[in-house]
Design a protein around this ligand. Structure first.
Ligand SMILES: [Zn+2]
Length: 264
């Protein structure tokens, strides 16, 4: 079974784990810049991270048999206004790199004014560069998740960004319906504080008419086993009796088409 993991923080994995992921069928992946990086205090640190992703991480993944592409964004928290301004100025130049396939993670977690401002600015850059976006939303456990999700959808509409070009990641059972009804792509992030692989399989089974909108990703695997959540979701879908083409629709066709990934 062919797998694309459209939200994989492969830079945090040990080499051996990344190789095992390749053995488990992950042939391609998208590495996003995280939305929350509190320790990020200077523009130069972020620019170095982007360069590391675009050069080293892409090549390293290739050596393990994984076609990796990158999404760039300016994380919230950490940097002061001046540093954020500098990164916004530099971002367009980096977006022209051949390994960039979108912006992300952008979005909201707390939903406060400074965060909204940065979200709007990055949505406008995505429009200008005709790129899709990965949107961070609060994890299902956070009490503000349903209200901030509504706020996110409102901001995307106000900025006239096409919802079908946005992945609303970090879905929980409590916000699934609102996401499916929004017209956006729905990212089922499998992680200890989000969904389990079995949950994702059930959601795919229960929503046959929404399968064109679903994506399954590993988000922060938090070491070893956690990163194999997408292959585990594939196993769960097989156990539930889903056919190969139904499984590959969500684990291959959707992410390939959304990011226009160079895989065959
Ligand atoms: Zn993430």
């Amino acid at each position: 079974m062919r797998i694309i993991d459209p939200h994989l923080h492969i830079d945090r994995m040990k080499g051996k784990d990344a190789e095992t992921l390749s053995i488990a069928g992950v042939e391609a992946a998208v590495l996003p810049t995280p939305h929350l990086l509190p320790w990020l205090v200077s523009a130069e640190t972020l620019l170095r991270m982007w360069r590391n992703f675009l050069d080293f991480e892409v090549k390293h993944a290739k050596s393990l048999g994984i076609t990796l592409r990158v999404t760039l964004s300016i994380p919230f928290y950490g940097m002061d206004t001046e540093a954020v301004g500098e990164c916004l100025k530099q971002l367009p130049k980096y977006l022209e790199h051949e390994n960039v396939v979108g912006l992300g993670e952008i979005g909201l977690d707390a939903g406060i004014e400074d965060e909204v401002k940065l979200f709007r600015a990055q949505l406008n850059i995505a429009t200008e560069y005709n790129l899709p976006v990965i949107v961070h939303t609060p994890t299902p456990m956070e009490p503000q998740a349903p209200t901030v999700l509504k706020q996110i959808i409102k901001v995307i509409k106000e900025e006239n960004f096409p919802l079908e070009r946005a992945i609303l990641d970090h879905t929980g059972r409590n916000t699934l319906k609102a996401r499916l009804d929004s017209g956006a792509m729905v990212g089922l992030s499998l992680c200890y504080d989000k969904l389990r692989p079995e949950d994702a399989a059930e959601i795919v089974l229960e929503n046959p008419d929404k399968r064109g909108k679903l994506l399954i990703n590993s988000e922060f695997g938090y070491s070893s086993e956690g990163y194999f959540s997408v292959p585990r979701a594939v196993l769960s879908m097989r156990r539930l009796g889903l056919k190969r083409e139904e499984i590959e629709r969500v684990t291959w066709d959707n992410p390939k088409g959304f990011f226009d990934l160079p895989v065959v």
